[in-house]
Write a protein that binds this ligand. Sequence first.
Ligand SMILES: [Zn+2]
Length: 335
Amino acid sequence: MRKFLPSLIITLLTCLWIASNGQAAEQELTLEERNLERLHLYQKIEALTNIPWYYIAAVDTYERGVRRALRDRPREEGFISIFYSPNQWAGPLNPNLDDQDPLSISMFGGIGLDGNGDGIADRMNDEDILYTFANHLEQYGFSSEDFRIALWDYYQREQSVTIISGHARLYEKYGHLDLHDHAFPLPLRSNYSYRSTWGDRRGWGGRRIHEGTDIFAGYQVPVRSTAFGIVEIKGWNIYGGWRVGIRDLDNIYHYYAHLSGFEKGIEEGAIVEPGQIIGYVGSSGYGKPGTQGKFPPHLHYGMYRDNGFIEWSFDPFPSLKNWERQGFQKLRSGN
Ligand SMILES: [Zn+2]
């Protein structure tokens, strides 16, 4: 019996270590459970600062997308993705970059604050991180315009302000964080065909590579939003013709080009849902506004990732295959 004791202790210690390790705990939870934890944290900070939870959620979601896109940024330890560098947190002149004392941090010009009342300003603690960001927002006021100015001063990048403001509007409208559903861009029961054409050479308009997937279908087949998002751009572009750009909560920009027309109500700033009709398949583009018929009708679908500094396109083909498969599963199960 005695020789089992050490291994029993090791097992117990391992269990304790896993339980106390935020990252391990996070990985065991479903997305919905993690979102519930996050919502709870945002609302706690709203109660402390009066900053609406959806502002805080919008910043955190934006920073989660940035973390996923930037390879050199460490994974978050808890539920919250807002990132502060040791310099930012402890203060640029602080000799101790791991400083957790709110008083000396503020003396050295750091921004780290104690949000959970334990007397420590911990750069890795969810509540301390959120409270620190909410405190920044609080100094500007509580309106959506104040929010934009606070974001501009913090990120110094118009695109970041636009993306985060969009996230906030989505969360405010729906009142929860579970907005991850996707849809295939064409109705699954319509006639269409596509293959992976990523990176193919394009002849028209100089040397370009193909940044997207072409889905061939007849004129006037409806084009649907693939995600929850905000219409960022709508109008004419010399290459894309009549096109729509939609920004989702992963900071991804979905680009729908060569449309024959737009659905009513699709305007810049509009909120859209997966499966919602945004326009119709056409062959517009490659000339002055209204040019069409220079190629067979198809939807050009592109995806662009934002990493907080720049944007670049990536191959949408695997996502399309996924959404198509999930869509057919839903059709078969009847919901
Ligand atoms: Zn194309």
